[in-house]
Design a protein around this ligand. Structure first.
Ligand code: NAD
Length: 667
């Protein structure tokens, strides 16, 4: 069956409905284009007064270009890429040459090529629901719109708002579209056809659409008063946006400014040329790889078979420290009742008060005075100090209180779950849930299946992570799991470099430039100097050779410099959330621990830091910590802040070897 259906609405009005069979979204595949072309042939052979372009999908009007096709064609020649642009634009542009008035009647997401398709129609109207969004998010994939989106949008609404939308890739609501002049009306969803019909009748009477068609073929009429100032301002905004790699937005900004005074036909050529430059770029490759990783991660769910998921209503959290509090915030936001306990009563009272006041659903949090109060919990998660003996003692006590049906979880960062499980009466009920710090921006939670963890508890943890709007990756119970296995050797190398007389900022800067959100030493300050030291001790014991013994962390711990939480570590901090400041005292602390000085430039420092991370990533695969290498990439980006634009650590390392990527991304 064709993905484009024509049906009669009125004698003189045709409904053209996009409906890719078996899919939840319409995507502009070759087949959809061919079907669209045939449907337009049919319309042209006997043109109606009006055509209304609809989607049969409930939530997505048209999702955009066929990314599967694009990802298989990244090595195309410029000629092939130009053809790709030409072909799509030629078919879409037929709407603007039909004698009929065309109205794209949009409900649901209308983005990328979908929005471009709608821009070729004479009018766009949309439903007033929250799911209806428009946008040209190509820059988020290192691409730019290639079917005249960068040409028609500025000619429709002016250069300033158009450039802002295209370079930011942001999606906007129907109401915003109305304000900008992208849509003609916003109506209730069940009024879309009626309203389109009214517009067609009015246009047939007045013929205004013909003037608008002419306008869209000329140069942009609404230009910024001061073009150079506009460019500089837009560029500054692009450079300041940490969410989006600047290469594609910068290129598209230049093209949109330079071609604004040209007729549309010349601007199409310019768009096509820029499109070919970004297509297959390292950024485009990395971001496409990352896009598919995220799509795959979204589909991860717990598997409970016919039994269905168990009911989880009340969750106990033991440990009201740095991690416990942040986890409690997420658990509350997900709608659970929470009981919280900490051995340090003062800290517990302070934390519970703070969470009750500031967390979403804070009223669902209850302080409890002893572990004995956890009896009614469906799941208890511990997040206490990273010491095996202490965790085991805790679980022994807990098991005397909770029934065998209670699920148990540990937020250990390095201790094998199977070791902790030795103290658990029903070890199949225990799973590891390793949250990353800071919990809020880092979306990863490693779900650690211990040797005895049952598939049910693993699935419970996976679904709990999803309920907290985080990304679960199930990993084997091996030291450091994935994230710390990747991080610790890199952090260890940073400590070695310090001993080679390389300064704190000199070590951190190249990693930030590479795209990590913080450098390694700032990261240690974030996580806690003591926590990293304990993690290091575990590695030294369980994986000899992965890291080397280094005196720096014990020295800092002895001085109480535990990082942000104590106001100083490698840097000093005015308060927990304030930016790091270089600490003039730090050099003198290091003076007794210096080894051979090393002369290294920032590229060499970067390589020194990334090499052990790549080796560790390969080790994760060899040792079977995860079965699928894509999980290593997910963990690297969502757990260590390795830049998504590079596609993840293994993808990046392989691309680098294949010569497609570079340490320093080309601009
Ligand atoms: P923290 O020192 O901030 O908090 C630990 C809390 O546990 C303290 O409030 C302490 O009073 C309490 N506690 C200690 N022993 C207890 C006991 N027997 N019973 C009840 N409460 C007890 O530490 P944190 O950074 O929140 O780390 C907690 C856990 O989370 C550790 O296992 C750690 O490895 C893990 N983790 C930490 C990070 C990180 O980056 N800090 C990341 C992931 C996981």
């Amino acid at each position: 069956m064709s993905s484009v259906q024509l049906s009669q609405h009125r004698d003189d009005i045709i409904l053209m409905t996009l409906d890719m069979s078996g899919k939840s979204a319409n995507v502009l595949t070759d087949q959809v284009y061919a079907d669209l072309d045939s449907a337009l042939d049919e319309l042209e052979s006997s043109p109606p007064a009006g055509v209304i372009l609809l989607s049969a999908k409930p939530a997505i009007y048209v999702a955009g270009a066929d990314l599967v096709k694009i990802s298989g064609a990244l090595d195309w020649s410029d000629e092939q890429i130009h053809q790709f642009c030409d072909d799509g634009r030629t078919i879409m542009s037929r709407f603007s040459r039909l004698p009929s008035v065309s109205v794209a009647a949009v409900h649901g997401v209308c983005v990328g090529g979908g929005m471009e398709l709608s821009l070729w129609c004479d009018h766009r109207i949309c439903a007033d629901d929250r799911r209806t969004l428009f946008g040209l998010p190509e820059v988020k994939l290192g691409l730019i719109p290639g079917w005249a989106g960068t040409v028609r949008l500025p000619r429709l609404i002016g250069l300033e708002p158009a450039a802002d939308l295209v370079t930011s890739g942001r999606l906007i609501s129907g109401a915003d579209c109305l304000e900008l002049g992208i849509v003609t009306r916003v109506v209730a969803r069940d009024q879309l056809i009626e309203e389109s019909t009214r517009i067609i009748d009015a246009e047939v009477a007045a013929g205004e659409f013909r003037r608008q068609r002419e306008k869209l073929l000329g140069p942009v009429t609404e230009l910024p008063v001061d073009m150079e100032r506009f460019r500089t301002g837009q560029q500054a905004r692009i450079d300041a946006n940490p969410e989006i790699d600047p290469v594609a937005p910068t290129r598209v900004l230049t093209h949109m400014c330079d071609s604004a005074s040209l007729p549309a036909a010349a601007a199409y050529t310019s768009e096509m040329q820029v499109f070919a430059r970004v297509w297959g770029s390292p950024q485009n490759r990395g971001l496409l790889h990352w896009f598919f990783l995220e799509e795959r991660a979204k589909k991860t769910r717990g598997d409970f078979g016919d039994a269905g998921p168990p009911v989880i209503e009340t969750i106990g959290i033991i440990g009201a420290g740095l991690m416990g509090c942040q986890i409690a915030r997420l658990v509350l936001a997900a709608g659970y009742q929470v009981l919280m306990f900490d051995a340090d009563r003062q800290k517990l009272v302070r934390s519970v008060r703070e969470l009750s006041e500031s967390a979403k659903n804070g009223e669902r949090l209850q302080l409890v005075d002893s572990i004995e109060a956890f009896g009614p919990c469906d799941l208890v998660l511990e997040s206490i100090v990273e010491k095996l003996k202490i965790k085991q003692q805790l679980f022994e006590r807990l098991c005397a209180v909770v029934g065998p049906e209670t699920f148990l979880a540990t937020n250990t960062s390095t201790i094998p779950v199977s070791d902790i499980a030795q103290a658990v009466t029903h070890p199949s009920r225990l799973v590891g849930m390793h949250f990353c710090l800071p919990v809020e921006p880092l979306r990863l939670v490693e779900v650690i299946a211990g040797n005895q963890s049952s598939p049910v508890i693993t699935s419970v943890a996976v679904d709990l992570v999803k309920a907290m709007r985080k990304t679960p990756v199930v990993v084997a119970d091996q030291p450091g799991f994935v994230v710390n296995r990747l991080l610790c050797p890199m952090l260890n190398r940073a400590l070695d470099l310090l001993q080679n007389n390389i300064g704190v900022s000199q070590i951190d800067e190249p990693m930030r430039e590479f795209g990590f959100s913080v450098g390694p030493l700032e990261m240690i300050d974030f996580i806690g100097v003591d926590t990293i030291m304990y993690a290091g001790e575990t590695f030294l014991r369980t994986m000899p050779g992965l890291i080397s013994l280094n005196p720096v962390l014990p020295v800092l711990v002895k001085r109480g410099r535990l990082g942000r939480k104590t106001g100083s570590g490698f840097y000093c901090y005015e308060s927990f959330d304030s930016p790091p400041e270089v600490d003039p005292d730090f050099e003198s602390i290091m003076a007794n621990y210096q080894k051979e000085p090393l002369a290294a430039n920032s590229d060499e420092i970067l390589a020194q830091l990334l090499d052990p991370m790549v080796t560790a990533a390969r080790g994760v695969m060899t040792d079977g910590v995860v079965a699928d290498r894509r999980d290593v990439d997910i963990c690297s980006v969502l757990g260590t802040t390795f830049p998504a634009v590079r596609g993840g650590i293994l993808y990046w390392a392989d691309e680098l070897r294949a010569g497609q990527s570079t340490g320093a991304m080309p601009s």
